[in-house]
Structures are given as C-alpha cells and as structure tokens.
Design a protein around this ligand. Sequence first.
Ligand SMILES: [Zn+2]
Length: 135
Amino acid sequence: MDDAAAGLVKKSRAVEQDSERIARLKERLDRTLREAAEIEVELSRVDGTIRGVPHYSVIEGRAHELGKQLSQTVQQRQMNELAADQEATAKCPTCGTRCPVDTTRRRLQSVDGVAYVTESRSYCLGCRRAFFPST
Ligand SMILES: [Zn+2]
C-alpha cells in the first residue's frame, strides 16, 4: 500500500469512528432526554402543578420551561468550553500585538432566559481598547 492509499484508509477509519461516536452520543442524548421528561412529569405531580386533568396549556407551559432551562444550560456550557480552550494571549485586531487574555463571567439575556457565561476578553495597552479574541 502506498502513502496515498494508507492515508485514505486512515481517513476512512477516522470518519467511521466519528460516525460511531455521533450515533453513541445521539443515543445517550435521547435516553437522557427521556429520563429528564420522566423526572419532569413526576416532579409536576409531586409539586402539585399537574393535578387531575389540567388544561393542555399547563402541560405545554411546564414542558416549555424545561426546554428553556436546557437551552440556558447548553449555552453556558458551550461558552465555558470556548473560554477554557482560549489561548493565554491573543493578537490585537488593530496593531497585531499579542495581549493577555482574561476570562470574565457575565449575565447574558438569551431568547430562552438568562445564562451566566464565561467569556474571553483581551485589552491592548497600545491601542487602549478591549477586544474579543478570535480563535
Ligand atoms: Zn493594539
């Protein structure tokens, strides 16, 4: 097998591993969402939100609140991971000087509610301006 063929085989195995991992993760997410739905239904009965045969809007409202909560959690997690992967310094977009990167936590108002996210920020002393480092 020449180098080009060996490269194709290696790439094909990587794609196969990725698709197996994607399938595993989707299955795990599906299972976890079903479990979350089960807990939500049990919780709504125990806390008294759902009693007897409620108007459907009550059921839908509770479900929607859970969806918003999940959205906020995903947003926080995504932003925290981006900040954690950020390098210690970043190039100033104006002058190109490498500047230290700091992380700050801030309250973000999203369409699904408030999310507390970690953001990377940098400040260029030469240009006297703050900027968001690009990855
Ligand atoms: Zn600068």
